[in-house]
Ligand binder design. Structure first.
Ligand SMILES: Nc1ncnc2c1ncn2[C@@H]1O[C@H](COP(=O)(O)OP(=O)(O)O)[C@@H](O)[C@H]1O
Ligand SMILES: [Mg+2]
Length: 503
């Protein structure tokens, strides 16, 4: 089972694929060239056998011509027997014009091959036939020359044929030997070339790739300190450099996220502490401030009635105004502390917005602000504390109206978006064409008591309270702003899906 798995892994790996493709290519190339070369070698050896047969035939014919002239049959026979004992020849025949055997060097069954070959012969010329894989037979015509006319009819062009059979088993053996040698050579070449390729591949490709994939697994498991060694300037070197840069960026990004997360935690912590402090302080200040306001009211009433000097009345009015401010800030602080108590249920965000816009209508008209509304038509239910969400939206819209003292446009939109780390959220966008927020203030607007509004108008608590509320609801607030052009506040809240969402 283990071996089977390893074999499959090998075939699937780059190394396996390379070896197989190189092996197949080499075997095909060498196989083809071996076959081609051996065929050519065979043809060459056969040609030389045939030449040899023709040559021997000529020599024999020359030798026997004189004996034939002398009509000495015995001499002819002796020559044939001598030649056959000397040369590597199977047999020699003298045939008449019809191909019938007249004389032979040794008795031998021709198996009809002589006759069948004979019929394929070119009349008058030398014909060499390969009877089968074992022999070559050459036919040389015995011409009826002038000197023969004493015994033969001059009208006959040939008197017969001299046939010589040469064995080619030796040639075949040589060919087989050459082929075997070539096959062994091919196998050795395939093994050596594959070995060299495997070595080069392992050293220059596989080793760096294995290192890279190992380091990649470490990055996957969260280790962002890994780096690969990049010594070469080739593609793999560049891949390694790219990997190192990527890991470095990841490391930086993760550091930034951690820092941001830490900051958020600290801010939430500060807000929570502030909430407790605010609750205590508000409780302590609210009552005396209320009493002071009532008493100042009486005092002012009496002072006016008793026609006190203008400066006394103005002083009293200043005290009343400042006490009123104190009570307003305290109210803000009380709201802030209330934001920590959270009673959620499923509510429709669109409905909350519609209700608030109804209340805000007179203010919008008064401030010359044109409203554009585009609320998501479908399901807009969130799991939220409606009082707290109202507080957030009211504050954001009021801030937007405040930023447009001489009028402008206000856009209120809701839509559904896919969150980065959660499924679907509802997004509320509030866009204004107001004064905008300076870049250096963007970080501060969520801090408690940060305000750019004139004395008595802003407490600087609205956005910090809103931030805490949205966080408790498992959402987030984003701001984009450009000085002189306007701002956009986006509140993301998780859609209600029947489950209680946690912040
Ligand atoms: N839509 C807006 N346009 C310009 N500035 C804004 C906007 N919303 C908030 N701000 C800035 O953020 C500050 C803090 O807002 P907030 O916390 O609501 O306190 P406050 O409204 O009491 O000043 C504001 O004073 C203002 O400078
Ligand atoms: Mg505000």
């Amino acid at each position: 089972m283990n071996i089977l798995r390893q074999t499959i892994e090998f075939f699937v790996s780059l190394k396996g694929k390379l070896i197989i493709s190189v092996g197949i290519t080499l075997v095909c190339a060498i196989g083809f060239s071996t076959y081609y070369i051996s065929q050519r070698e065979r043809a060459r050896l056969l040609d030389s056998s045939q030449e040899h047969a023709t040559f021997v035939s000529h020599v024999i014919l020359k030798s026997i011509t004189k004996s034939m002239m002398d009509a000495s049959g015995k001499d002819v026979q002796d020559i044939l027997s001598m030649v056959i004992s000397l040369e590597d020849i199977d047999n020699i025949w003298i045939l008449n014009e019809e191909g019938r055997i007249v004389r032979y060097a040794k008795e031998m069954k021709t198996g009809g091959s002589l006759l069948s070959d004979f019929s394929r012969m070119t009349p008058g010329g030398v014909t060499v036939n390969r009877a089968d894989d074992k022999k070559v037979i050459s036919y040389l015509p015995i011409n009826n020359d002038k000197m023969c006319w004493g015994c033969h009819d001059p009208a006959r062009p040939t008197l017969g044929y001299l046939a010589v059979q040469i064995p080619i088993a030796k040639v075949e053996k040589e060919i087989a030997l050459t082929r075997r040698f070539q096959i062994i050579l091919a196998a050795v070449i395939v093994i050596i070339v594959s070995g060299v390729i495997i070595f080069l591949f392992s050293k220059f490709i596989n080793a760096p790739l294995t290192e890279l994939s190992g380091k990649m697994s470490r990055v996957q498991s969260g280790d962002l300190k890994v780096q690969v060694k990049t010594r070469k300037k080739d593609e793999l070197g560049r891949l390694g450099e790219g990997f190192n840069t990527m890991v470095q960026r990841l490391r930086e990004a993760s550091k930034e996220i951690k820092m941001h997360h830490q900051e958020q935690l600290e801010r939430a912590d500060r807000l929570a502490n502030l909430g407790e402090l605010a609750a205590g302080a508000a409780h302590e200040i609210n009552n005396p401030a209320g009493i002071i306001l009532t008493r100042i009211g009486y005092l002012l009433h009496h002072a006016k009635k008793s026609r006190f000097s203008k400066s006394v009345i103005e002083d009293l009015q200043a005290v009343e105004h400042q006490t009123y401010r104190i009570s307003k800030i305290v109210k803000g602080l009380l709201n802030f502390s209330k934001a920590t108590s959270f009673f959620p249920h499923n509510v429709c965000l669109n409905e909350i917005i519609e209700k608030l816009l109804l209340i805000l209508e007179p203010r919008l008209k008064h401030q010359n602000v044109k409203l554009f509304k585009n609320l998501v038509p479908e399901y807009s239910e969130i799991y939220a504390d409606p009082g707290q969400i109202e507080q957030v939206i009211l504050n954001i819209i009021n801030n937007a109206i405040d930023s447009m003292p001489s009028g402008g446009n206000l856009v209120i939109k809701t839509d559904r978006v896919n969150g980065e780390d959660r499924d679907e959220s509802l997004r509320l966008s509030v866009l204004d064409t107001g004064v905008g927020i300076a870049k250096e203030n963007l970080d501060k607007i969520f801090s408690p008591f940060f305000t750019t509004k004139e004395e008595g108008k802003g407490t600087g608590l609205g956005l910090s309270i809103s931030y805490g509320i949205i966080k408790t609801h498992g959402g987030r607030i984003e701001v984009k702003s450009e000085v002189g052009k306007g701002s956009e506040f986006c509140v993301y809240l998780p859609l209600f899906n029947g489950q209680i969402s946690k912040g």
